[in-house]
Design a protein around this ligand. Structure first.
Ligand SMILES: NC(=O)c1ccc[n+]([C@@H]2O[C@H](COP(=O)([O-])OP(=O)(O)OC[C@H]3O[C@@H](n4cnc5c(N)ncnc54)[C@H](OP(=O)(O)O)[C@@H]3O)[C@@H](O)[C@H]2O)c1
Length: 253
């Protein structure tokens, strides 16, 4: 199936590792040019950029930018446009997931989780949509939500769960606002995916988790990436405002 993504420009936040890195590769495989940012994983980011350029012959722009800081997000979108051309596709992937009971969280930690997981998504999306509207171009936004938006976590991630609820609402509200302009907005809600974010918890509670997942295994990042790329593509032309369940049956809502 031709996803018609060749030469499109896709910006993926938090692409240095985990699901974000897999999303970058899935776009590269389709011939899209890829931009992504990182905060701490500089070496991994540089290595991924080199790998994608060499293997797929596409253009790659990667830069350090903290999604929790408005100035960094503005720079990320502006520099991506300058380096690769106007952004057609934005994937809001970067997120943090602190751990603890409600009484352990400070106001600052709550705010920081929302700054990265929600406000960063808002700023990046606003900037990309303003540019799409200015040139009257179609586009696609894909937000990475979580099953935790609907079911909460069993291991104490209240700010994260709440922030992912906001990601789902943002997806719906924005889809209503911009879909008539040819800008589709969707989300993916993964269950458990084999990345550093859940590695420790997965090892500690593997059997308990497996009992709740009808497919009886953890997802690989590439399985989530394929869904994201599909939602961003012309093949998903009649899907907007959706949050796709990619939880191996864990949710079944
Ligand atoms: N893994 C799962 O089971 C699972 C399940 C449901 C949903 N999700 C969602 O999937 C997405 C990716 O998760 P993951 O498991 O791949 O996480 P991960 O392995 O922890 O990777 C997180 C990525 O985000 C980047 N990042 C973190 N904070 C950032 C910031 N302030 N500014 C810019 N980049 C930042 C990291 O960059 P650096 O390395 O440079 O810090 C890294 O590239 C997240 O939205 C997460 O909530 C994951």
């Amino acid at each position: 199936m031709d996803l018609q993504l060749k030469n499109k420009v896709a910006l993926v936040t938090g692409g240095s590792r985990g699901i974000g890195a897999a999303i970058c590769e899935a776009f590269a495989r389709e011939g899209a040019h890829v931009a992504f940012n990182y905060t701490s994983s500089r070496e991994a980011a540089k290595a991924l950029a080199e790998y994608l350029r060499a293997k797929y012959g596409i253009k790659v722009f990667c830069t350090s930018a903290d999604i929790g800081l408005e100035a960094d997000v503005l720079r990320l979108v502006a520099d991506t446009t300058h380096e690769l051309g106007p952004v057609d596709i934005l994937v809001n992937n970067a997120a943090i997931c602190p751990k603890g009971p409600i009484t352990a969280y400070s106001h600052a930690e709550w705010e920081h989780t929302f700054a990265v997981n929600v406000t960063g998504m808002f700023i990046a999306t606003r900037e990309v949509i303003a540019r799409l509207q200015k040139r009257q171009a179609p586009g696609a936004i894909v937000n990475i939500a979580s099953q935790a938006a609907f079911r909460g976590s069993t291991t104490g991630h209240l700010p994260y769960d709440s922030s992912k609820g906001a990601v789902v609402s943002f997806t719906i509200g924005l889809a209503r606002e911009v879909s008539a302009q040819g800008i589709r907005v969707n989300a993916v809600a993964p269950g458990l995916v084999r990345t550093e974010m859940v590695a420790k918890t997965w090892e500690e509670r593997k059997e308990r988790y497996l009992a709740t997942i009808p497919i009886r295994r953890i997802a690989e990042p590439a399985e989530i990436a394929d869904i994201v790329v599909f939602l961003a593509s012309a093949r998903a032309s009649y899907i907007t405002g959706a949050t796709l369940d990619a939880s191996g049956g864990m949710m079944m809502r």
